[in-house]
Design a protein. Sequence first.
Lengths: 271, 271
Amino acid sequence: MKLKRSGRIGALIKILCDNPNQIFTLSYFTNKFNAAKSSISEDIVVAKKIMEDLELGKIETISGAAGGVKYIPFISAEDTKIVLEEICEKLKDTNRIIPGSFLYMADIIYNPSIVRKLGNIFATKFVDEKIDYVITVETKGIPIALMTANVLNVPLIILRRDSKVTEGSTVSINYVSGSTGKIQAMSISKRAIKHGSKVIVIDDFMKAGGTAKGMIDMMREFEADVKGIGVVIATKEPKDKIVKDYIPLLILDEVNEAKGSINIYPNKDLI
Amino acid sequence: MKLKRSGRIGALIKILCDNPNQIFTLSYFTNKFNAAKSSISEDIVVAKKIMEDLELGKIETISGAAGGVKYIPFISAEDTKIVLEEICEKLKDTNRIIPGSFLYMADIIYNPSIVRKLGNIFATKFVDEKIDYVITVETKGIPIALMTANVLNVPLIILRRDSKVTEGSTVSINYVSGSTGKIQAMSISKRAIKHGSKVIVIDDFMKAGGTAKGMIDMMREFEADVKGIGVVIATKEPKDKIVKDYIPLLILDEVNEAKGSINIYPNKDLI
């Protein structure tokens, strides 16, 4: 089958965008589209320009033996602002207040159309770190961590609360929850992470930072280098958290059950 | 900014494919591309043909007031076969055998580039059921369930093993694990699921089917209609599982620690 230029460009964009941060050789497309290398090269130039003009991400050409072309998703500060403000609006609904001044947010952080955007925001922040894994701990952070890993095209590692018989030899650590003071455990299969890897930590919520600190301690067991920490929501207080250098998407100032008020806003550094 | 045809088609495909099963109006594209309705209509015809010719999914036009255009991902039986056989090859590595004749598979079922394909396979099977939610239970099935929900453009519901204070009022049920005979619990916030919804259940593994049965029982509490069950791996034995009408992607016949052998193969009905 012979495709016209517009057909080739459409299909090329589709294939690249379905597989973010994955390198495709020119031969892959010359075979698939039954076209000459020169035509594909021209198609890539056009595709690049479309993506840049419409701020839909970046198509990058890599030269050399392992070379080819890949798509790097990107979300602009402007679009980040729109996404985060929309989520804040949803979270400000006082029907979300749960006894104990908690905020119901499972419907937001499990919604694929929302978490894929949040994953895109984290990936845009961390893409230059060239990481090997995204790390999270069960359960609520998993969807966002997976979508971040998907965009960065790296495996996701899920730390478990208990060690499981199906995981083989595990490494377990205890850590102190910064907000409750309770001792908790996390564990992971010894074979899950290669020693000396570069990782980022993604979670849904940070109060004092004890869980994030636990994940960092666990990474030390694998001599892994934590290149960044991203959380969807960080509480404003305590200001001094156990971990430094984390990137929150949203800041939760207050959930007041008595007054029926919620104060949450986007991280101003991102928008 | 004025785009040429090839530019518009590339961008249109990118936007539709990033948002599977989501309807975009024609006006969305006329505004975004600064083009006439007639041009966009022609672009859609071309985009449709590209996707069909290359078996990359389907672009569907919906007429009427709530009309527009949407992308329905699709994976062919041929590609399904390639994906499932590749995973089987990986899982047959005897280094994966864990004492107790378990199979280590966290690296497979948490790998975004693999689970997005598995999600696509499940979505292709269940797209006509017009479901409202994808249901799973923590933890290992979450990535695959999320990717299925992503393609179907519906929310994911994660049943928890314990009820959490952050979830508000919860519904809890006990169920008997079919393989171990142990009584286990699962719970979910009362507000998570609208009564009378249509759902599918997705999980990573099924032995006797007790967990899947537990999820079906939980759905009864919400008067939800379970339209299908998908699992990545089902064991060959016991043949008579507690639930009927489930779709496994792979069948696990044997993990023999003593002999160092693994027998696993794709579900022949899918390929």
